[in-house]
Write a protein that binds this ligand. Sequence first.
Ligand SMILES: [Fe+2]
Length: 273
Amino acid sequence: MMPRDNMNSLVQRLARQALATFRGHAAAAETKAFLENQSRLRGLLAQVKAADLKIVPRYAESSVTSHSLGPPVTYMHICETDDFSMGVFLLKHGTSIPLHDHPGMYGMLKVLYGKVRISCFDRLDTSPESASGGQQFSPPLLPFQKSSLKASLLRSVGEYTEESPPCVLSPHRDNIHQIEAVDGPTAFLDILAPPYDPDDGRDCHYYKVLQPGSEGADKSAEGQVEQTHVWLMEIPQPNIIPLKLQLRDEDNIDSDTFSGAHLHWGWRATLHL
Ligand SMILES: [Fe+2]
């Protein structure tokens, strides 16, 4: 029998609310009920701290340590159902999760400690030919590369800390993003709905940004780039496949020592969904 405090833990309530929000792909219609549930989920996620996940932040990571111990990016799996997945990413100082998409998916990200810079892109409904017509790239693209271009809009670049509200994405808004650790190591809780599933059209694709010519940028009155039209070119999965850890409920995770050897599956068994 699960202890009562576990039953009511914030992580438990978060998992239940995620299930209530996304059960049976309820998000597809974006009904009033879905939006209300999504708002509740956002509210719960905003409260989550590293301690709720028994993660001990380590702020004073030296550059020597960051390169000598453990992988640059680690994913700690918490739970996954047909409707959503939840886990924690730990990024070492100066590392990043490269630009990638979440096809047909919703997502929420809450920083637990440290600071991340998130660049968000929208895909534009423009054919590659018309989008890149006349556009020159350096080096010039090969014909097959041109046909794989995706016209996109850089919507925002923002920095998030544990004090920040969750960063939210949907199938059509901010769906493509890059996440960089700035000012030291960082960790964030990630909820995706539905989970990635290549057999159901939800594979993860990686991209690189092809910079537009000067005519491609929308400038504000102050001359700053506000929302920039760019072309994204799909690239093979970068060599940053995160080490996937699975936690026991009793594990206290010190981000200095997350080599993974002593961590095991367990949160799923202790979450009542
Ligand atoms: Fe992502």
